[in-house]
Ligand binder design. Structure first.
Ligand SMILES: Cc1ncc(COP(=O)(O)O)c(C=O)c1O
Length: 296
């Protein structure tokens, strides 16, 4: 395995730069208003997984917010590979974050037309705690505020301050993740993950109302079907977590992450369950097959 590069590099507006030297305008609307979008995907042995699905989500959001930003795989894929090489991550697993903002403009919320978007690519090694977390399971806690739909949960906008708070709260409570709840006690998702529960061998996940359409969430639906598991979209309340036999989170970087405690209460016997394990293996096999197909 290659050693990661000593100085992390980024690709800012197509220029490869040491991260510390990459600068954006003080008038960038991404900085001033969170007026931008992002995607985080995972690479396996240097191969990006699910790029088309991530770009489809980006395209949908760019259309909603009328942002004229680069979307095509022919734009992003060579840039991702170039950045991986620059960071010596081209033959290992890594996390790649693609960020776009509407660009820099004179002060004022209403964006002028015809701005040049800012594009930024970051690549980093995976969280070193991940492998252990995947095999042992993690704790989760509840986000301290009830969330409202003004959060634009269906889009990965640059407004991720709630997630920042959620992750800080989780760290303080020795948890991996905070779960968003709405005013009616519905469990929506994690700050950077979707949630599934297993009850009597069947799978349940909240519907997409108030939830990000996760690329991994969708892949898990395919994997579950292949494993012969029943998956139902159903509103989940906190009491459903109490009754669950198994719980897991999904996201591109963490894949399938078992949850073994919610707010200090044990899930099942306190160890990752058999359905979760089956889906972890099934997901990995799915990724391997998809990447082999893509290589031809
Ligand atoms: C709020 C939220 N939900 C779910 C996810 C999982 O999405 P994906 O599977 O596309 O990585 C993320 C990813 O960061 C997220 O931020």
């Amino acid at each position: 395995m290659n050693r990661p590069a000593r100085t992390p590099h980024v690709l800012l507006n197509g220029r490869l730069l040491p991260a510390a030297r990459a600068k954006i305008s003080a008038l960038d609307r991404g900085f001033l208003y969170g007026d931008g979008l992002f995607e985080t995907l995972r690479t396996y042995g240097g191969e990006p997984f699910g790029l088309a699905a991530h770009l489809a989500r980006l395209r949908r959001s760019a259309r909603v917010f009328r942002m004229d930003v680069p979307i095509s795989p022919t734009f992003w894929e060579p840039r991702i590979r170039r950045l991986l090489r620059a960071n010596r991550l081209e033959s290992t697993d890594a996390s790649v974050r693609l960020t776009v903002s509407r660009g820099a403009a004179p002060f004022g919320i209403l964006p002028p037309r015809g701005l040049r978007p800012t594009t930024l690519l970051l690549a980093s090694a995976l969280d070193p705690r991940l492998t252990r977390a995947q095999s042992r399971g993690v704790r989760v806690c509840f986000f301290p505020f009830r969330v409202v739909t003004a959060r634009l949960p269906g889009h990965k906008t640059l407004h991720y301050l709630p997630a920042v708070l959620g992750k800080m709260v989780a760290r303080r409570r020795s948890s991996w993740e905070s779960l968003y709840l709405d005013a009616d006690d519905h469990v929506l998702e994690g700050t950077t993950s979707n949630i599934f529960i297993v009850r009597r061998g069947a799978l349940f996940t909240p519907p997409l109302h108030g939830v990000l359409p996760g690329v991994t969430r969708k892949t898990i639906a395919t994997v579950a079907a292949r494993c012969g598991l029943d998956l139902t979209e159903r509103a989940l309340k906190t009491r459903d977590l109490d009754r669950a036999d198994e719980i897991f989170l999904t996201a591109s970087t963490i894949e399938v992450l078992p949850v073994v405690r919610v707010e200090g209460t044990r899930v099942g016997d306190g160890r990752p369950g058999t359905v979760t394990r089956m889906l972890q293996d099934g997901y990995r096999a799915h990724v391997r097959r998809a990447l082999a197909r893509a290589r031809g």
